[in-house]
Design a protein around this ligand. Structure first.
Ligand SMILES: [Zn+2]
Length: 413
């Protein structure tokens, strides 16, 4: 077969389809759905690497997409110096040439940013995340790509590379100003395609690369009750992981802060907390100590009880990301570690009772430490505490304001 375009690969079949051909058909079907989309005012260039870098991409599939794959490494979308250049996921050029040993040339896409020309395998600029990713694959397989691909494959949730007018990569969560229903359309198309790929490759474990992919996939697996196990690994990019984490954390912290504000309005120490599983908030809590006259009714404890009430089980906690406006106290941090939550993200530190390092570090003495990240919207969380302790809040009961502590804003959950 000597096709002129990638679409020729899928036509004129006389024999049974190979796995690589079926996989390619799935990719092109998603391409067809996403080509119709208007990606909003921020996006000036939509690059479709499988089309213009199809020779290299097809060589990659023929070499490595030939058998069932237990593990699917799942990224978010192509980067400008990786897959956008050559059609290989995380396709840093030297890794594509030297480790993957793929061959082929590229065509010029209909439209591209002048500072981001498509150079294929001769692109000399390295992409850190691709270099790191394929470096890991090479390490795991002692330099033999066939060994790596015997049970593994790599795929992106969203297949296009989107650039703004300056040529900067616009990732799917950074899309702005989309018409109504467009975001949902993109997600449905990508979800459906991912499910087909999982079936086609008989995937058992999805190793999500970065928080965005993890968040998307865990939500999908939960919603559709899919059999695959989802495992998270940090994105190897020097820029994106931090930004992706930020987007994830900020989005949910805003909800937690709203709960803290409600607590303040009710005369409670303003701490809000949510438990997030995939894309879903499965519990919401705020401090309820004063009303109940129970010193243990902290926002986190209220969320824990809500989860027990709803699910009647503990195995759900392993998928829960805890987002709370103030560093959990030692009691709450201990409980969250014991339950084995996925991660804890908090706003400001809790210098009097903090169990994530401020007073005591529960993670340091726990046999299964949970990743903890603080400082998300810390000043806003602290401002709410100040309002409470300085007695600015008209609803705050005067008896609860400790005048001796007026200059300190430390007490809490
Ligand atoms: Zn607490």
């Amino acid at each position: 077969m000597n096709p002129n375009t990638i679409h020729d690969v899928c036509s004129n079949k006389t024999t049974l389809e190979s796995l690589s051909e079926s996989f390619l058909k799935e990719e092109l079907s998603l391409y067809d759905k996403l080509k119709k989309v208007n990606y909003g005012p921020k996006v000036k260039y939509v690059l479709k690497p499988v089309e213009y870098a199809w020779e290299i991409h097809w060589d990659f599939l023929q070499k490595y997409c030939r058998s069932a794959k237990k593990i699917l490494f799942l990224g978010m979308n192509p980067g400008p110096w990786g897959m956008m250049q050559n059609g290989i996921p995380f396709g840093e050029s030297s890794s594509a040439r030297d480790f993957l040993r793929v061959v082929g040339s590229v065509k010029t896409p209909p439209s591209f940013h002048p500072t981001r020309p498509i150079l294929g395998l001769s692109c000399t600029r390295s992409e850190v995340s691709g270099k790191r990713f394929w470096g890991l694959a090479s390490h795991l397989s002692a330099g033999d790509p066939l060994l790596f691909f015997e049970h593994s494959f790599v795929y992106n949730y969203f297949p296009f590379c989107l650039l703004d007018e300056k040529g900067k990569n616009v990732t799917p969560p950074e899309l702005k100003g989309l018409e109504a229903g467009v975001k949902e359309y993109i997600e449905q198309a990508c979800d459906a395609s991912l499910i087909d790929v999982l079936k086609l490759l008989q995937v058992e474990v999805i190793l999500t690369i970065g928080r965005y992919a993890q968040n998307k996939v865990q939500g999908l697996v939960n919603k559709r009750n899919l059999p695959q196990l989802v495992v998270y690994m940090p994105h190897p990019s020097p820029r994106n992981p931090a930004r992706m984490e930020e987007l994830f954390n900020e989005k949910w912290m805003k909800v937690a802060i709203e709960l803290a504000e409600k607590a303040l309005a009710q005369g409670e120490v303003p701490v809000g907390c949510i438990f997030v599983r995939g894309e879903e908030i499965i519990a919401k809590g705020r401090n309820d100590v004063n009303r109940t006259r129970n010193a243990t009714r902290h926002a986190e404890m209220i969320c824990i009880d809500e989860v027990f009430e709803r699910f009647k089980a503990t195995d759900v906690f392993k998928d829960v990301s805890v987002v709370v406006t103030v560093e959990p106290c030692i009691m709450c941090a201990g409980a969250l570690h014991d339950l084995g939550v996925c991660s804890v993200v908090y706003g400001c530190a809790n210098d009097r009772f903090g169990g994530c390092g401020s007073v005591f570090d529960v993670a340091a003495v726990h046999h299964r430490p949970v990743p903890v990240h603080g400082g998300v919207f810390a000043s806003k969380a602290m401002e709410l505490l100040k309002t409470f302790y300085m007695g600015v809040n008209p609803n705050a009961p005067p008896a609860k304001v400790k005048t001796r502590k007026k200059t300190e804003c430390k007490l809490v959950s």
